[in-house]
Design a protein around this ligand. Structure first.
Ligand SMILES: NC(=O)c1ccc[n+]([C@@H]2O[C@H](COP(=O)([O-])OP(=O)(O)OC[C@H]3O[C@@H](n4cnc5c(N)ncnc54)[C@H](O)[C@@H]3O)[C@@H](O)[C@H]2O)c1
Ligand SMILES: O=P(O)(O)OC[C@@H](O)[C@@H](O)[C@H](O)[C@H](O)CO
Length: 470
């Protein structure tokens, strides 16, 4: 066991020459630090990251005090390995729009990456259009319009008034256009189908509400890259921090724990260049859709199924849920349904499933079902509904793909009855739907409006409900 003697920072740790900022990241969470920052460090070709938090300054304050340094704990079934990540060279409060605008305006900055959660894009169902009826979106548009004619390019006047991540990005892009207008790439790293197009829809929704010429400049100069991102990264616990201190001798206030597996598949242009992420294992393809479906359906779909069905059966983590043979049977059924529509041999679905079983079973990764279960209305629309629709188009009943939705209904109903908060952009509407006489169609409408009007689907869900605890 090591004796803790020092805090982790650039004085105590020899980080070498830090690279200049060439990437701006929005959403300074655990995943960015386990994934994009790790790939960028391994690429080793001189790209530094300036990262901004999403909703509160806390993560930036902690990381800035460590000069951006943190320990990445790679937690395999048999033990941990530790690596200090040095590619994040600056950490900022996401509300600091002056810093954001100044950085995005710089010619050397060629890439913006995003991990702002599915809910962070503020899109209407279908992910093709900004939800301008959302109160935060409406307030952000008002704030952007009020300041656009004044000092918009430097962002000073906006401060914390603009809260949506993509509205903030629009402030940065406006500053870049005003500076000289060099093209740039925006890479979404969130678990959304067509995440590049979703990011574009969200950014253009804000930009066009402010200035159609700005929107046109974005269309002409900003490349929205699709990416399928994968590395299971649970929230860091206090025990993790203690274990890092014991193992490394550094008192790191902000380590990140992740699994050994990592994957990043990207499709799109990088007009201003990019790190050689391929040298770190990233894969560049022309069309991402099949890879994205494989990941969103098999990994994330199974995650959501376990998050709700596992919680109903009294489990707390993915590894515990998977160890329950009833739950793992439902996961296999769901995978069989999804696999019917993932037929390209290049996808190697049997191998991918086998690897997922091992990854999910890793008992040393405590991935809490409560974290995965958040924002269920958005996640189920991307992870379960498309599998159900594909099964139905093929003439089958698709029950295995309705199970995650039925489990979500039972779980949120249980939470509402217990007076617990349901973390979801539709949270208040979930509470109302759970209180109606005919809950099932009311809840289903929050996931998919069209399906809620189909009597056979509602009947199939009703038949599944109440079956999870047996
Ligand atoms: N954790 C994983 O295993 C994993 C794997 C693949 C993809 N992802 C993607 O990354 C996202 C973030 O995961 P994480 O583990 O870093 O979570 P996290 O809670 O550690 O960090 C999330 C970051 O996004 C910000 N954020 C949260 N809600 C937001 C909102 N509505 N608008 C703007 N910013 C918001 C937070 O402030 C924080 O900076 C996920 O939602 C997912 O889309 C995560
Ligand atoms: O990150 P979310 O909230 O979109 O989804 C929760 C998990 O399913 C997800 O984080 C997976 O662990 C991840 O996608 C694995 O790469």
């Amino acid at each position: 066991m090591q004796t803790v003697t020092e805090p982790l920072n650039a004085t105590t740790y020899e980080a070498g020459t830090r690279p200049p900022v060439r990437i701006v990241h929005l959403g300074l969470g655990a995943f960015h630090r386990a994934h994009q920052a790790w790939y960028t460090q391994r690429a080793g070709d001189g790209w530094g990251i300036a990262a901004f938090t999403g909703r509160s300054p806390d993560a930036a304050e902690v990381l800035a005090a460590q000069d951006g340094l943190y320990t990445l704990v790679v937690r395999g079934p048999d033990g941990d390995s530790h690596e200090v990540i040095t590619s994040v060279v600056a950490a900022h409060d996401g509300a600091d729009l002056a810093a954001l605008a100044a950085l995005v305006a710089q010619a050397e900055v060629a890439v913006v990456t995003l991990t702002v959660t599915e809910a962070g894009y503020k899109l209407r169902p279908g992910n093709a259009e900004l939800d301008v009826d959302d109160p935060q979106v409406a307030a952000d548009i008002e704030a952007l319009r009020a300041h656009y004619a004044k000092d918009f390019t430097v962002g000073h006047a906006l401060g914390g008034k603009v809260r949506s991540a993509t509205a903030r990005l629009v402030v940065g892009l406006a500053a870049r256009r005003a500076a000289d207008g060099w093209p740039i790439a925006v890479v979404s790293c969130d678990n959304l189908p067509g995440n590049g197009a979703a990011a574009k829809a969200s950014v253009l929704g804000f930009a066009s509400a402010v200035d159609p010429l700005l929107a046109k400049w974005i269309v002409d100069n900003v490349s929205f890259v699709d990416s399928s991102i994968d590395r299971i990264t649970p929230r860091t616990t206090d025990e993790d921090k203690l274990a890092v201190a014991e193992a490394t001798g550094y008192a790191d206030a902000s380590p990140v724990v992740t699994e050994p597996f990592a994957s990043w598949v990207l499709a799109g242009d990088f007009p201003g260049g990019r790190p050689a992420w391929e040298s770190a294992g990233a894969v560049f393809v022309d069309d991402l859709e099949a890879f994205e479906r494989r990941k969103l359906w098999l990994l994330n779909g199974a995650h959501s199924l376990m998050a709700y069905a596992g919680a109903l059966r009294g489990h707390g983590t993915i590894s515990a849920a998977l160890a329950d043979p009833v739950v793992s049977g439902w996961v296999e059924d769901f995978w069989d349904a999804a696999a019917n529509h993932l037929t390209d041999p290049e996808l190697d679905v049997p191998g991918y499933r086998a690897a997922l079983r091992d990854r999910f079973a890793n008992p040393r990764i405590a991935h809490y079902l409560s974290q995965i279960g958040m924002d269920g209305t958005l996640k189920l629309a991307a992870r379960a509904v498309p599998v159900f629709l594909a099964e139905r188009r093929a003439g089958r009943d698709g029950v295995a793909a309705l199970r995650p939705i039925a489990a979500w209904m039972d779980r949120v109903t249980e939470q509402v009855s217990a007076g617990e908060h349901v973390q979801d952009p539709a949270g208040p509407r979930i509470a109302i739907a759970a209180g109606t006489d005919d809950q099932t169609p009311a809840l289903l409408a929050l996931v998919d409006q069209q399906l809620a009007s189909e009597l056979d689907v509602v009947a199939a869900l009703k038949a599944l409900r109440g079956t999870f605890k047996n």
